[in-house]
Design a protein around this ligand. Structure first.
Ligand SMILES: [Zn+2]
Length: 288
């Protein structure tokens, strides 16, 4: 295994039977790690853990020469009073432990100026991090593009929990830095000491306001159209957009980052170029 750990996200599909093919394709493209969204298989139904799905996926995952990280289901909102979201997070930690996954990524989502909601968010992350500490699952909180990255960073710093770090999404950061008018590389430097996981992806740096005003409509835009016209958080392959990724790599290396360089993009749209995309990212890390 090389000096740098490179990975890619597993495309989300609603067919559990496609998991094996996706993992084999990822391994064949040369990646060492794969990130599994916990909604990719029916591991959780109504927040309840489903052992048959977990057992099936575990068998498939062990049959492919990859190591794994996990992403919590999109839509997880720990500021909601509803206990279901708390249960989803706690059982996501348990699913990871059952699958032998040691890192779980969750989105920070939108900061609330309601102090009670922020306190609820912190309390639930802390509870899940305590459980993860017992089960060997670390939590990493990811910045999203709808917010200044400092909210996520400050929340992680305030939690000050040994089992909670930050996932820095370099594509989300590019959109956010442009939209909220702050310096991209300064922000990378500020976050670097807390970064334990990375999402490497690209875009044109153009925030899509529809993401805030009409999320449902935003989600109906076609992918090819969004790629063509740089509409927001498009998750294209690293170095296919305009984010200053090479500068970010240099700062992360200087800060001693030793985690996975998880390339989080729509790899199905780039097939059969994923092997060469992986090689380019490796070369850029090496020379940064
Ligand atoms: Zn991400």
């Amino acid at each position: 295994m090389g000096e740098y750990q490179l990975g890619v996200n597993v495309p989300v599909s609603d067919a559990m039977g496609s998991l094996k093919g996706e993992l084999e394709r990822i391994a064949a493209d040369g990646w060492a790690w794969a990130e599994l969204n916990l909604a990719a298989c029916p591991f959780l139904v109504g927040g309840r853990m489903q052992p048959p799905a977990v057992d099936y996926a575990k068998g498939v995952m062990e049959s492919v020469p990859l190591r794994y990280t996990a992403h919590a289901c999109y839509g997880l909102d720990l500021r909601k009073e509803d206990d279901l979201h708390r249960q989803v997070l706690l059982n996501s930690v348990r699913v990871c432990a059952a699958l032998g996954i040691h890192r779980l990524n969750l989105h920070f989502e939108a900061y609330s100026h309601d102090r009670q909601q922020e306190a609820r968010w912190a309390q639930r992350v802390r509870e899940a991090a305590d459980l993860g500490g017992e089960l060997g699952v670390a939590l990493n909180v990811e910045n999203v593009e709808i917010e200044d990255v400092r909210y996520a960073l400050e929340a992680v710093v305030a939690l000050d929990h040994p089992n909670v770090g930050m996932t820095l999404d370099l594509g989300h950061l590019w959109l956010s830095a442009n939209y909220f008018h702050y310096d991209y590389l300064e922000a990378v430097k500020d976050c670097a000491p807390r970064v334990r996981h990375l999402h490497v992806n690209d875009n044109g740096g153009v925030f899509e306001p529809m993401r805030l005003t009409d999320f449902d409509l935003y989600n109906t835009l076609g992918r090819g159209y969004r790629f063509t016209f740089d509409r927001g958080d498009i998750h294209v392959a690293p170095f296919w957009g305009t984010a200053p990724l090479a500068g970010a790599f240099r700062l992360l290396k200087e800060a001693g980052y030793s985690g996975v360089w998880l390339c989080e993009y729509y790899s199905k749209s780039f097939h059969p170029l994923n092997g060469q995309i992986r090689q380019r990212v490796l070369e850029e890390i090496e020379k940064a």
